[in-house]
Design a protein around this ligand. Structure first.
Ligand SMILES: Nc1ncnc2c1ncn2[C@@H]1O[C@H](COP(=O)(O)OP(=O)(O)O)[C@@H](O)[C@H]1O
Ligand SMILES: [Mg+2]
Length: 138
């Protein structure tokens, strides 16, 4: 797995902008890491790299934020069960042709498509972050 060392939020955004260029419509990307690791910072960079100019905010309370049908940003931290997620219609987003970015995807495992890309962020506080990338198809 390729690992990038990020020393600041802006370095994480720069990595994410470049990563966004490798994505295709319909891709699902799991953003993994602890609370405060930088998953939402990374999502902002991916959106910027896709040319989205709307402000990207954490979808913690809404579960999913939609950016013009091109990008869907999920935060499943508060999802209690896959049945709840299914009832909320979260499974429907995967067939809509946008890029899906998912924080706390482990809470909706059974709803995820088979092919996913996984970005892992390790580190917290003011320390550097190790950003790793894996493709379930490789
Ligand atoms: N190298 C870095 N990359 C990303 N975020 C960083 C970095 N260094 C410090 N931070 C800070 O860590 C926090 C990450 O917050 P956020 O992206 O909301 O985390 P998460 O979505 O993983 O819970 C932000 O306050 C950000 O400024
Ligand atoms: Mg977040």
């Amino acid at each position: 797995m390729a690992v990038f060392l990020s020393h600041s939020p802006s370095e994480t955004v720069a990595w994410a902008k470049a990563f966004a260029k490798t994505l295709s419509p319909g891709d699902t990307v799991l953003l993994e890491g602890n609370m405060g690791a930088g998953k939402t910072v990374l999502a902002k960079g991916i959106a910027a790299g896709m040319g989205i100019t709307d402000e990207v905010t954490s979808p913690t309370y809404a579960y999913v934020n939609e950016y013009g049908g091109k990008l869907f940003h999920f935060d499943c931290y508060r999802i209690a069960s896959e049945a709840q997620a299914y009832g909320l219609g979260l499974a429907d987003y995967f067939g809509r042709g946008g890029v899906c970015l998912i924080e706390w995807g482990e809470n909706i495992k059974g709803l995820l498509p088979a092919a996913v890309k996984v970005v892992t962020i390790k580190g917290e506080g003011e320390s550097a972050r190790e950003i790793g990338f894996e493709d379930s198809c490789d």
